[in-house]
Design a protein around this ligand. Sequence first.
Ligand code: PLP
Length: 404
Amino acid sequence: MDYEAFFKSRLQALQEEGNYRIFAELERRAGRFPNARQYLGDETRDVTVWCSNDYLGMGQNQAVLGAMTEALRSCGAGAGGTRNISGTNHYHVLLERELADLHHKEAALLFTSGYVSNFASLGTLAKMLPGCVVLSDELNHASMIEGIRHSRAEKCIFKHNDVEDLDRQLAAIDKDRPKLVAFESVYSMDGDIAPIAEICDVADKHGAMTYLDEVHAVGMYGPRGGGIAEREGLMDRLTVIEGTLAKAYGVIGGYIAASAALCDFVRSFASGFIFTTALPPAVAAGARVAVKHLKTSDQEREQQRRAVAEVRRRLDKVGIPHKPNPSHIIPVMVGDPVKCKVLSDILLDDYGIYVQPINYPTVPRGTERLRITPGPLHNGDDIDRLIKALSDLWSQCALSRAVA
Ligand code: PLP
């Protein structure tokens, strides 16, 4: 086989359908978020980032940077091993305690990313529970889908956020089989929120465990940033709460919070936990401070909500269609991969505004969008420039405007 020709032909096909991804080469500049430096060969220029998942700007928080610097100096660069073989640092243990406390669970277990935490935890639970059936929301993230697939457990997909469908499917499963309902709180591309209480009711009725991905909600919702389940007083109803340290907490890493026995079980059997080097201690130190900070500070969340509300209001005023949802994610719908990429390119090249196009396979074909995430550090001028640019483009590209 001509391997190179194969690779090239598949890439060509992606390019033709408008789904080939081009990375913007950026340098986020601590102290100047949401501004970043874009590298264009030998040249650079300043751009404003409007699609970051560092939702609250914690990646430049002074206390976080201070903790990371101090831990870097005192512990060195890397962890030096897997958690089992010399890699467990005091900072990992402190962070796990902080996370268990955040979710009012007995324990927490760290992973190198949110992706890995889903893949490893769901994969291990579904594989090891004898005869387990996993019920998975149809819009679950790739990391959950891959974990479930890897477990080889039987899987039922229920309609998105559809409690009746979940109930029907659970009722059809032998009542003695272990069951695991896997879903998210805030869905990252549409920004809608799951009916957590109702899903827990149905899961309880059928004796199923619940696994909630709060990746886009931790740090953001709830009085201490414990996520939607905290906001709604439901944390104790969930068997497992999974989160990331890479989005609202601004660093990197993932975790589950659950009973001591469940965390110990995953720790003891999950390949994705056992056979990989632990997070650098400085990362754990920084993440711990971010989690601690957002347990008591509402300031970032409040400013962020104000920015989200203002962007939505201004989009409505100029008639730019965006999905209404109860979260911080603003999907501006385009519905065409090529147009979506062109819009994003013009925003960056002509206006210095960076919003990555979101195309297939991240979202279904025909629902391509610009996903805007206003943060506490976007000021009035930033918002004015964004709205003006989008308004110009919608006129130039003859894109339909919603009824304002
Ligand atoms: N779960 C969901 C719902 C996500 O959207 C993502 C990433 O965007 C992840 C998990 C993976 O988290 P991380 O970026 O920490 O690997």
